[in-house]
Design a binder for this molecule. Structure first.
Ligand code: GDP
Length: 197
């Protein structure tokens, strides 16, 4: 798929105020600093569509972008920001869960994971929650350019092993780099194929 238009639609703190639209939507979510904004900008070919920031976890907005006038790309806030209280974390968790529970337009969630790191309990738990709630998801491994191919392969294998202790089947996954554009076509084609079906 070629992205010919990508427009910012609206930012919300309340899921009930998200666009009342029947367009299919694809959500992007992951730990703060995982490279979500960079990936969104790389996928859409717009350098400043999503805000790349050095200060993770500050905003808790659900951002809708209209792509090619026929689907929504949703930028969900990053989770796992260390410097917040337990109460804040719970509140945030409920906020994210309400998005997934209420947005019936959601077709697929892309869970972003930094390929450099060991599988993190928070990410695994989140995927588990998506699975239990029958929310289709795929994994996008980010920052692949930061690793040598051998190390990338090793980390990927470790991740898959971990996932297979929880799941019978692996979810679809993509290895990407916003720096080199690796994986971009695969993610876009994946979305396109679902939209066409
Ligand atoms: P977000 O908090 O998940 O939206 O993450 P950002 O997109 O703001 O990225 C966090 C940091 O990682 C920034 O310094 C980015 O420049 C860097 N980054 C993001 N993606 C990549 C990538 O694919 N390769 C490299 N080398 N750096 C990346």
């Amino acid at each position: 798929m070629k992205i010919t238009s990508a427009e910012f639609v609206i930012s919300n703190t309340d899921v009930l105020k998200c666009p009342n639209s029947k367009l299919p939507e694809y959500a992007f979510i992951g730990r703060s600093n995982v490279g979500k904004s960079s990936l969104i900008n790389n996928l859409t070919g717009k350098k400043k569509l999503a805000m790349v920031s050095g200060k993770p976890g500050k905003t808790r907005l659900i951002n809708h972008f209209l792509i090619n006038k026929n689907w929504h790309l949703v930028d969900l806030p990053g989770y796992g920001y260390a410097k917040v209280s337990k109460t804040e974390k719970k509140k945030f968790q409920r906020f994210i869960e309400s998005y997934f529970e209420k947005r019936h337009q959601l077709v697929n969630a892309f869970v972003l994971v930094d390929l450099r790191h060991e599988p993190q309990p928070l990410d695994l738990e989140f995927m588990q929650w998506l699975g239990v709630n029958a929310i289709p998801f795929s994994i996008i491994f980010t920052k692949a350019d930061k690793l040598k191919p051998k190390a990338a392969e090793k980390n990927l294998a470790t991740y898959q092993e971990q996932l297979l202790t929880h799941w019978e089947e692996l979810p679809p996954y993509f290895v990407t780099s916003s720096q080199t554009g690796q994986g971009k076509e695969d993610v876009l084609n994946y979305i396109d194929n679902i939209n066409q079906s």
